[in-house]
Write a protein that binds this ligand. Structure first.
Ligand SMILES: Cc1cc2nc3c(=O)[nH]c(=O)nc-3n(C[C@H](O)[C@H](O)[C@H](O)COP(=O)(O)OP(=O)(O)OC[C@H]3O[C@@H](n4cnc5c(N)ncnc54)[C@H](O)[C@@H]3O)c2cc1C
Length: 339
């Protein structure tokens, strides 16, 4: 047995909110064999198994009566290379941003807009991570997951993952699929996605007219560092609510009342509203109750000033959800996974 299972481990260092709950049992998987051992251990002890990566999309509201398995598998490889297009595979436990940097250093374009997102490669497909106009579905070439029900490995294609805005099949079939490795279709040719004004402005401000993927990555890193609190300094899980999709009719009603409403038309006729705008408009930005609060610059980011519990954060979230529903008739859905 190579897997080390520890009892009563504080999860404070393993979640970006910095919430201090305990795992009844805790282990780190460094290989597929470790993963299988953890599954066998949990089954033998009749324990639930909770798989985590970097803990940057978790809201922990109680001690976890389970075996918590942190994915720490490592490895990145080029599977296919025709001189222009490449398929790169990374193990689930690889940290996301260093992996993005690795692809850029090898001259592979595609992941630059997703720079500096915290977390691991294995969790990235869970909510189809996205930023600055790109989601992983746009560069996704497949993944291998372990079916926890049968113990069999299964390869998933793009279509099979049902990716949508902050959503995938894996979010719905929770507890079934343990993602072991993910593949990305990248390219040496430049196909930069520069639709976002702030990215264009940052590049222009630096006098860059012919941006490289690394220039875009650096610009996005600097914008993100200015905009978002660093979880190492102030506990948070990034955007706490998804941007809500509403009917065209409701969006038009709101626009009539609030001319500065931020709304984006969607292909299916719905409108996507900026959740941060709604929360800001309702006056929550900078609100603090004990150690739970709404970030003073980013209304979409709930923060832990130190000793907030998961319940404190969840209660604050509920107050915001109720207020937004009352004021705007819009339901806000939480983004982090609550346990
Ligand atoms: C400051 C900050 C900024 C952020 N910015 C963005 C952003 O721009 N865009 C965005 O999309 N997200 C963003 N996030 C959210 C978060 O970084 C992503 O969702 C990230 O992919 C979570 O990865 P993780 O490894 O930390 O997952 P965890 O938080 O550890 O886990 C998340 C979920 O995935 C499950 N899981 C984890 N690994 C596996 C696996 N190998 N197999 C099966 N299930 C697994 C867990 O059980 C849990 O349900 C941000 C978070 C922070 C703190």
């Amino acid at each position: 047995m190579t897997l080390q299972v520890l009892a009563q481990v504080s999860l404070k260092p393993f979640n970006s909110f910095g919430i201090d709950v305990r795992a009844q049992w805790f282990a780190e998987a460094r290989s597929d064999a470790d993963v299988r051992e953890a599954l066998a251990y949990a089954t033998a002890q009749s324990l639930p198994l909770l798989v985590i990566g970097g803990g940057s999309n978790l809201l922990l509201t109680q001690d976890i009566q389970a075996l918590v398995l942190r994915m720490a598998t490592q490895g990145v490889r080029v599977l296919q290379d025709d001189g222009v297009n490449v398929v790169v595979e990374a193990e689930a436990g690889e940290a996301w941003h260093p992996f993005v940097v690795w692809t850029l250093e090898h001259g592979f374009c595609g992941l630059e807009n997703l720079s500096l997102i915290p977390g691991t490669v294995g969790a990235a497909p869970m909510q189809n991570i996205g930023a600055y106009g790109v989601e992983i579905k746009d560069v996704f070439a497949g993944l291998t997951a372990l079916d926890r029900h049968t113990g069999e490995l299964r390869d998933f294609s793009l279509q099979e993952c049902n990716f949508a805005y902050r959503d995938s099949l894996f979010k719905h079939e929770t507890g079934r699929w343990l993602i072991l490795r993910v593949r990305f279709a990248l390219s040496r040719a430049r196909h930069l996605k520069l639709d976002y004004g702030p990215v264009q402005q940052r590049l222009a401000g630096q006098g860059i007219t012919e941006a490289t993927p690394s220039d875009v990555s650096r610009a996005i890193c600097s914008i993100r560092r200015e905009k978002l609190p660093d979880p190492a300094e102030l506990g948070n899980a990034g955007s706490f609510f998804k941007n809500p999709l509403v009917s065209h009719v409701l969006a038009a009603e709101l626009k009539a009342q609030y001319p500065d409403l931020v709304a984006y038309p969607q292909a299916d006729g719905q409108m996507k509203l900026a959740a941060g705008w709604l929360i800001d408009k309702a006056g929550w930005k900078g609100f603090r109750d004990g150690d739970a609060g709404v970030h003073k610059l980013q209304a979409l980011v709930l923060v832990n000033y130190g000793a907030a519990t998961g319940h404190d954060i969840a209660n604050l979230a509920l107050r915001i959800q109720r207020d937004i529903a009352e004021r705007f008739k819009v339901d806000l859905e939480m983004e982090p996974n609550q346990y």
